[in-house]
Design a protein. Structure first.
Length: 270
């Protein structure tokens, strides 16, 4: 349960998605509080009586100018993560200006949690992204694949007769068969679609994990994203489920930039 008001004297990180605004308050590297909002308005209302604080925003769907205009009430100390923002890891991506802010933040979060260790980040949201950070702390890139809901929607929209279905591991139709996972050999169209999408996605992720562990021994696997909990127990362990990985990475980036800014500030008393 969250407190009535956000913590004071803390860094604020904002992951602004397509439908919700997810926030995290940090004291140093310690995550104090996580919240979700349908829009920035309730957040701004809660912060109206607080002193200015360092803020960083990640968004894959909004421009930096639009974000700053929307959050102008927070003051001038608002950072918007983009391809030009300094980050505390190397970046070997060919087109950093096209690299999603959430992927950057996840990579930084992985490097912060497992320094000096090769890391594979599986982020299962609208899309599945699988990104790799090497033992030297360099983002090497990764892959992007359709996510869970996108796969179901594509089958419905790109065919004439397949229905729109989804997956819920607590679905009574699954539990009535004595399971909470689609059978590999389905006996009706609805279940066949569920099996194809869910088992296909599971096998895809396990194949990615196997390949990285074979080619990069010692790789740790971190799992995050809105659909991650449905697959956590089905992936080849050990798996570190870190739901707040993007927030952790955003906070590390914010601290890195604030510390660098302070280091470059001349001493006014000199």
């Amino acid at each position: 349960m969250t407190t009535p008001h956000p913590p004071t004297a803390a860094n604020l990180v904002i992951d602004w998605g397509n439908t919700t605004v997810k926030t995290g308050w940090f004291n140093g590297s310690t995550l104090l509080d996580v919240r979700r909002y349908d829009s920035p308005d309730p957040l701004l209302a809660q912060l109206s009586d607080q002193s200015p604080m360092p803020v960083i925003v990640s968004s894959t769907s909004r421009s930096a100018a639009g974000i700053k205009a929307r959050l102008a009430a927070l003051g001038n100390d608002v950072w918007v993560l983009d391809g030009m923002t300094p980050v505390p890891i190397g970046n070997a991506y060919d087109t950093p200006h096209t690299l999603g802010a959430d992927r950057v933040a996840g990579a930084v979060g992985a490097a912060a949690l497992f320094p000096g260790v090769p890391s594979l980040i599986l982020d299962l949201g609208t899309c599945l992204t699988a990104d790799f950070v090497d033992r030297d702390g360099v983002f090497r890139g990764g892959l992007i694949s359709p996510g869970l809901a996108m796969r179901f929607r594509a089958m419905h929209e790109q065919t004439a007769r397949l229905p729109l279905v989804g997956f819920d591991k607590d679905d009574p139709a699954l539990n009535g068969a004595g399971q909470n996972w689609p059978a590999l050999t389905a006996t009706n169209t609805r279940q066949a679609m569920q099996s194809g999408v869910v088992n296909g996605l599971m096998l895809e992720m396990n194949g990615i994990i196997d390949t990285y562990r074979r080619e990069q021994p010692g790789t740790v696997v971190l799992l995050c994203g809105g659909d991650a909990s449905s697959f956590e127990s089905r992936l080849k362990g050990p798996i570190f489920a870190v739901p707040e990985l993007v927030l952790i990475g955003l906070n590390r980036i914010l601290r890195y930039n604030v510390e660098n800014l302070q280091a470059d500030t001349p001493d006014v008393d000199a």
